[in-house]
Ligand binder design. Sequence first.
Ligand code: CU
Length: 159
Amino acid sequence: MNRRTTRTTRTARSTLAAVIALAAGLALAGCSDSADAKPKLQVSDAFMPVPNGDMAGGFLVVKNDSKTADKLTKVTSDLSDDITIHETKNQKMQEVKSFDVPANGELDLERGGNHIMFMGLKKKPKLGENVTVELHFEKAGPIKVDLSVKEATYNAQHH
Ligand code: CU
């Protein structure tokens, strides 16, 4: 009984710490918005290699022709409730909080590098279909794009 009480207290404490950290983050984000600056972003080369199991990757290029840098912070889609953004380091992928979209530059999500990761697919997209996703940017807001489903070995020919 005693042991159980201790454990509960510890859990409550770490939950509280998490809430405080979250609140601090929100306050910070609130401070940094400089109203006018809404970058114009263009998305191209958006595709998904036809998935083989219940996971899939998404790749695209985001072009930013403005002086304001942005960040891709989240991706949502009807295809999955578990979508994260990953970077690849030393051939291992790991989740990241955001991807930078530099001012007058671009963010490349490409095979072997940064990508969108879809887990627990609700259905299996077929070759030639489109998968609609919403890209959430810190400043530009949400942008809807269609990923065209390509062969498993497909690679975009940009650059
Ligand atoms: Cu991944």
